[in-house]
Design a binder for this molecule. Structure first.
Ligand code: GTP
Ligand code: MG
Length: 320
């Protein structure tokens, strides 16, 4: 059995890295699900998190309405101000629930969507916004998908030990915030594998272009990892994530901003992908396009990948 060799060599020490919000925790959750059949132990604890996501969507919605110059009533302004000033602690008080319900029923969100197909709102806003009613119920237990679709920034080190395809993995996620990225290398303890998660949907974000804050960011972060001597012998699993968001946001997007010859979303994605894959040797690089919120797809990609990587680790642990 595959596990016999991996036990001899010890677990596959795996760093899970990537920029903020790229999908590192989503990857870890998929690995935990593969091992334990569920993404976490107590889903009820995540109600606070999905509520906070909802609150942030409403807060940003106010800015979108302003930018689109959609007129709103004094009462609606007051509701937005209530949401802005509220500090979320345990569960939503009645006044906040009322404010959200009134704004939900106002049709303002639909009006924004009519004016602009993709709105500059937090990740997965449409999915989460539609479920607002459930999230306001203090007894509600979020589903696994709702937890996967919501965002909560990782603070500190996130460690999980899992078994996949008979191979043991010691996973270590470090936060993608730039203050944390400066410290990543302090925690590289003779790793065997780096899972580098890339948010493909950034390609459809205006901040990626013309000196925006995303321009070259992920590639630069990746380059500095590849040049780190401690990582000279590791395997690289490159996960080009959020394929679903990319497909949605790329419709009608002009990728010639990225390079003149790019006239389709597919060509833009391949071009971007090659900026990473050409920086490491083919024998150590496993690139994949995924949607880490999609359980079925992610589970099958992981099983296929880790069978290969586990076998290589067992047979050639010190791959050059
Ligand atoms: N639609 C969609 N959303 C995704 C996908 N993968 C991750 N997300 C969302 O992206 C956001 C960030 O995901 P995380 O896994 O928390 O990102 P992270 O890299 O751990 O972020 P930090 O811990 O802050 O560095 C969450 O809202 C996820 O739901 C995907 O494939 N599709
Ligand atoms: Mg995280």
């Amino acid at each position: 059995m595959g596990s016999a060799g991996s036990v001899d060599r010890g677990p596959i020490r795996t760093l899970v890295l990537g920029c903020m919000g790229a999908g590192k925790t989503s990857f870890i959750r998929q690995m935990v699900k593969n091992h334990t059949k569920s993404i976490c132990l107590r889903r009820e604890l995540y109600l606070y998190c999905v509520q906070l996501n909802l609150l942030n969507i409403y807060r940003e919605l106010k800015n979108v309405i302003e930018a689109l110059e959609i007129p709103i009533s004094e009462d609606q302004k007051q509701r937005f101000t209530q949401l802005d000033e509220y500090r979320h602690r345990e569960v939503f008080p009645p006044k906040i629930i009322e404010a959200m319900k009134e704004l939900f029923e106002s049709g303002l969100y639909e009006l924004c969507r009519l004016r602009q197909r993709i709105l500059p709102l937090p990740q997965n806003y449409h999915f989460l916004f539609q479920r607002g009613d459930d999230f306001m119920n203090p007894e509600y237990v979020p589903s696994e998908l709702e937890i996967m679709m919501s965002y909560s920034q990782t603070c500190g080190l996130n460690r999980e030990n899992v078994t996949c395809q008979g191979y043991k993995f010691e996973l270590l996620e470090m936060p993608g915030h730039h203050l944390w990225r400066a410290k990543w290398a302090d925690y590289f303890d003779d790793p065997n594998l780096v899972v580098f998660v890339i948010d493909l949907s950034e390609l459809c974000d205006p901040a990626f272009y013309n000196k925006g804050y995303l321009e070259n960011k992920t590639v630069t972060v990746f380059e500095s990892l590849v040049n780190n001597p401690v990582l000279a012998k590791v395997y690289w699993l490159l996960l080009f994530n959020k394929a679903d968001t990319f497909n949605d946001h790329s419709a009608g997007f002009d990728f010639r901003k990225l390079a003149n010859h790019l006239d389709t979303a597919d060509s833009a994605r391949s071009f971007y992908r090659s900026q990473f894959t050409t920086k490491i040797s083919k024998t150590r690089c496993f690139p994949h396009i995924v949607s880490l919120v999609n359980f079925k797809e992610s589970q099958s990609v992981m099983m296929e990948m880790f069978k290969k990587i586990g076998k290589m680790h067992r047979e050639r642990p010190n791959l050059m």
